[in-house]
Design a protein around this ligand. Structure first.
Ligand code: XMP
Length: 514
């Protein structure tokens, strides 16, 4: 008998929460994937989903250019759950009616369940839910019943239980919806009757076997960055092919104090990886000389990294594969509802290495979200100092020095960075904040040190909370911590006489200053 492997398909209409739906489903040990709304009927059918979720989205079904699917999708005989826009599109396509609401609802609302439903099994009759919509359903499609309401929304959920079509105007995937997890689990296990077949414990064993088969005795190369993704990918590959895995770590001279040496030592001694350190600091500094523009800096760093990596990779004879820590969010085709979004920053990281190397890709983490990679890393016994590291940008300290980069500025920023890292660690906040770091602003301001006038540069301190780096808020750091960091930087770092704290969120600012 064929082994059951349950699969949910999420059709994305551009909601900021789509990936969150996927993560919640994976947490319930059910595999799911996200397809953009304009995927073909055949592609959707070929995925063989056990159930389909229609995500939310920022549009109104009446907007010109609103993301649409065809009614045909409901020919696929599986349970459907429409969330917010997904519910409205379900209503619209099945001859219900959607209209702009008198009062837009955004935030908490009190939900009252008015009819028994399998979807709400075990939920309180009245609870708080998270709403974010401008349209409402004013007429349900034929054969649908309303199962709950809020003060401003008389159709907060509806269903046709016989055909297993369900719709929710609120978002069960966000933590603010008290009964959200229960509702999603009811949909998965009581309605779609799927099995918990997505087990991360099995993942390691399966992947190792897969890599071993794929590599077929050939060598593989891996670019390590010191971050969690490339490390976990390398450790998995190492488990599969041992010494045939050759890792390369390029020190671009834009790392934090002692970072290159410490990371290499760790890779070699703790993780037993075959890794070569390439010290290219001077090359990077030379290439960056006098360059002020952030995007130019990124491009130069990215290009040089590739050149160096290529040169090193060519030295490894008979390599057939390139191991990369690509994650599922890098693979999902993103839905851009309102035209192509403008590029704010061109991120460079160790993904996207040269195609002309003619190496086949091994991407063991392609199906995983970051939190799943962390669990795999833990199961692989990779120590917490790597697993729970704060993200560090590919271009490193170069984008934390405003304007052009030189040795002296890097030296100043490194000293400040060490202090910030130490103090944040001491306060127990290191794993709790998303990122915390200083930025060097080479603008001089006047101060008084001892009895003398000083005229020195500025350090801005940035500490943000975030769940994915897409949006962020500044952390309300305790004044005593701020005072300690400021006092230490001023007294220990020559060239700085003022420290300021960045109190902007993202948007409108970004996390890094460049
Ligand atoms: P922003 O500054 O865009 O940062 O709000 C969001 C997240 O991305 C990181 N970041 C980068 N990572 N290459 C990277 O690999 C880059 O060029 C880059 N720029 C920003 C940033 O640290 C934050 O985690």
């Amino acid at each position: 008998m064929e082994k059951v492997f349950s699969k949910i398909l999420i059709i994305d209409f551009g909601s900021q929460y789509t990936q969150l739906i996927a993560r919640k489903i994976r947490e319930s040990e059910v595999y799911c994937e996200i397809y953009p709304f304009n995927s073909s009927y055949k592609k959707i059918k070929d995925f063989k989903p056990d159930a389909i979720i229609l995500s939310g989205g920022p549009s109104s079904v009446y907007d010109s250019g609103a993301p649409f699917i065809t009614k045909e999708i409901f020919n696929i005989d599986v349970p459907f759950l429409g969330i917010c826009y997904g519910m409205q599109i379900m209503a619209y396509l099945l001859s219900g009616e959607v209209k702009p609401a008198k009062n837009r609802e955004y935030g908490h609302s009190k939900l009252a369940i008015i009819k028994e439903s399998k979807l709400f099994k075990g939920c309180e009759k009245s609870s708080l839910v998270w709403m974010s919509h401008g349209d409402i359903i004013v007429k349900t499609p034929p054969d649908f019943v309303v199962t709950s309401q809020t003060e401003n929304c008389s159709v907060a959920s509806f269903e046709n239980s016989e055909r297993k079509l369900y719709g929710l105007q609120f978002h069960p995937e966000v933590a603010h919806t008290a009964c959200g997890r229960k509702i999603l689990n009811n949909f998965l296990f009581n309605i779609a009757k799927v099995k918990k077949t997505w087990k991360l414990e099995d993942f390691i064993e399966n992947k190792v076997r897969e890599i071993k088969n794929l590599a077929d005795g050939k060598k593989a190369i891996c670019a390590l960055s010191g971050g969690v993704d490339s490390t976990v990918a390398a450790v998995l590959a190492n488990k599969a092919i041992g010494d045939k895995l050759r890792c390369i770590f390029v020190d671009n001279g834009l790392l934090r104090e002692n970072e290159g040496k410490a990371v290499i030592k760790f890779y070699k001694e703790n993780l037993k990886l075959n890794v070569k350190l390439v010290n290219a600091s001077d090359l990077f500094l030379k290439a960056l000389k006098g360059i002020k523009d952030p995007e130019k800096k990124r491009k130069i760093i990215g290009k040089l990294f590739i050149e160096i990596f290529e040169k090193e990779a060519k030295k490894i004879a008979d390599a057939g594969f390139l191991v990369q820590g690509t994650l599922y969010p890098d693979v999902i085709e993103s839905v851009r509802v309102f035209g192509a979004s403008s590029i704010i920053k061109s991120h460079h990281n160790v993904g996207g290495l040269p195609k002309k190397l003619n190496l086949k890709l091994i991407e063991p983490l392609r199906e995983l979200f970051k939190d799943e990679v962390r669990i795999i890393g833990k199961n692989l016994r990779i120590p917490a100092e790597i697993i729970s590291r704060q993200p560090f940008p590919g271009p490193g300290l170069a984008i934390r020095i405003i304007g052009d980069v030189d040795k002296n500025k890097l030296n100043i920023l490194r000293q400040a960075d060490t202090i910030v890292t130490e103090e944040i660690k001491k306060s127990g906040l290191e794993g709790k904040v998303w990122q915390s770091f200083p930025v060097l602003i080479p603008v001089k301001t006047v101060g008084v040190m001892g009895d003398k006038r000083s005229y020195e540069s500025l350090i801005a301190l940035r500490a943000v909370s975030s769940s994915d780096g897409m949006t962020a808020d500044f952390v309300k750091l305790d004044y005593d911590i701020l005072r300690t960091i400021s006092a230490r930087i001023i007294s220990e770092v020559k060239g700085i006489n003022r420290v300021v704290y960045d109190i902007t969120s993202k948007p409108p600012s970004t996390i890094e200053w460049e």
